[in-house]
Design a protein around this ligand. Structure first.
Ligand code: COA
Length: 252
């Protein structure tokens, strides 16, 4: 938590716990003088896809090759297990390293922020029911184990879609949201915002999704930062039009 706080990130201990539970063998760290100095996580969605996250080095230990060593180690681990495709969401600070390790740009991911404020709630949601077929189509790989864990923090279904949301260190987090229609996505967003009227909210949107950005504007969100989704190897082909909100930079 201290490392990610130094980077100004939004994850909570619950997010770390999910990553460590999903992939205890492929979350790596380097200690310097008995203290954790750098981390990386890599969760696998079957053999098809792995997602790298939480690449962060203590500011006092930066530019000494720690992140490079962790990434090389993680990629060796994944390659040895035959994982065909590896993706991540890169900050500007990380992009150069990832390019050197064979990652190429896939698309921009935009972080949108809504300040705390009231919201007119939608009545059209129902209790969450997993839709693995829809999620697989949207994401391109089977992330049902992750979704089962995230759903415990808050989840809804509406129309042909579902959404989840959870706490964050700086702002509550809306996502993932997968839907066949903007109408269902609007209802799902309303259900989440109703539970968070007193809090700021983050929503990460693929820049290739104008309908999601339109909904964000309509609900008082503004764009606050940009990351670059990058990919190495593989042929995992998501249907981005269904993906109204990603699950998190660290989850995909
Ligand atoms: C990005 C980060 C993890 C790099 O950690 P690090 O341990 O300092 O990285 P390394 O020393 O292994 O550097 C590897 C390469 O990354 C690139 N790099 C590292 N820091 C950089 C920076 N501030 N700006 C641009 N490129 C950078 C360089 O190409 C570097 O190789 P070089 O030193 O031979 O030129 C670290 O700066 C950090 O924690 N930043 C805040 C969190 C963050 O943005 N993480 C990336 C998430 S995708």
């Amino acid at each position: 938590m201290a490392l990610k706080d130094a980077a100004g990130w939004n994850q909570t201990p619950a997010d770390w716990k999910i990553l460590l539970e999903l992939a205890p063998q492929s979350c790596f760290g380097i200690e310097c003088d008995g203290k954790l100095a750098a981390t990386s996580t890599a969760i696998s969605y079957g053999r098809e896809l792995a997602w790298i996250g939480m690449v962060v080095t203590d500011p006092v230990h930066r530019r000494r090759g720690l992140a490079r060593r962790l990434l090389e180690h993680a990629l060796q681990y994944l390659d040895a297990r035959g994982v065909g495709c590896v993706k991540l969401d890169a900050t500007a600070m990380g992009q150069g390293l990832y390019e050197q390790l064979g990652f190429r740009a896939e698309c921009v991911v935009e972080r949108w922020l809504r300040p705390a404020g009231p919201i007119a709630a939608s009545q059209n949601v129902r209790p969450y029911a997993a839709d693995r077929v829809l999620d697989r189509q949207a994401f391109g790989a089977d992330r049902s184990t992750l979704l089962d864990k995230l759903a415990r923090h808050g989840a809804w279904s509406a129309g042909e879609g579902f959404a989840m949301g959870r706490d964050g260190a700086q702002a509550a987090y809306f996502g993932p949201c997968v839907s066949r229609s903007p109408e269902a996505a609007r209802d799902l967003l309303g259900a989440f915002l109703k539970t968070r009227a007193g809090q700021p909210v983050y929503w990460d949107i693929l820049a290739t999704h104008p309908a999601a950005a339109g909904l964000a504007r309509e609900h008082g969100f503004t764009r606050s930062r940009e990351l670059l989704r990058m990919v190495r190897g593989g042929s995992v082909t998501p249907d981005a039009s269904l993906n109204f909100a990603i699950a998190g930079f660290e989850f995909g």
